[in-house]
Design a protein around this ligand. Structure first.
Ligand code: SF4
Ligand code: SF4
Length: 161
């Protein structure tokens, strides 16, 4: 039976504040990996995500895609330190301080979409072939095609039986 992986942990004598400026920025959101807007189906899913207020889709500098939900961790202390440091989840232990949003001047993401307009504009400019396929699939509202705003249409009332 393989031995379980050893996780990196700080010696108990080491104050976390000395290895990580406790800005707490990495404890104020949840980011989950997704396929990203690299296919018609991926664009459709990414659009659905960013149509929701405060939900962001971004690509990391490594090229991976994520959906991000802003949300403070319950264990984040007012001084920016972790209230459960010795027992924190594996994801927190594996987080790399090098180049994190608290220590790097670079934006943490390569590409970022906070709403459908940003995703539509990126597709139009950077992925014209995929943009055309999405247009043909009927998943791009006119507001996202560069054709100008259109009035919202009323939903069709339910059929009577
Ligand atoms: S963003 Fe970086 S510097 Fe700030 S708390 Fe997280 S790991 Fe530390
Ligand atoms: S458990 Fe601690 S390190 Fe992990 S997100 Fe919460 S406050 Fe941050």
């Amino acid at each position: 039976m393989p031995k379980p992986a050893t996780l990196p942990t700080l010696p108990p004598s080491l104050d976390p504040a000395t290895v990580c400026p406790p800005c707490g920025k990495c404890c104020r959101y949840v980011a989950v990996g997704i396929d990203g807007p690299v296919s018609v189906s991926g664009v459709s899913t990414a659009l659905w995500l960013v149509y929701h207020r405060n939900v962001t889709v971004y690509q990391s500098h490594d090229g991976d895609w994520f959906v991000l939900f802003p949300a403070d961790c319950d264990n984040l202390l007012p001084n920016g330190l972790c209230g459960v440091y010795e027992n924190r989840p594996f994801l927190c232990r594996e987080y790399d301080v090098d180049g994190c949003e608290g220590t790097s001047a670079e934006p943490p993401e390569k590409v970022r979409f906070d709403d459908g307009a940003a995703l539509g504009a990126w597709l139009r400019e950077k992925r014209p072939a995929l943009f055309a396929r999405c247009l043909a699939a009927g998943i791009l509202p006119k507001e996202l095609t560069g054709a100008g705003p259109v009035k919202a249409r009323r939903r069709r009332p339910p059929a009577r039986s």
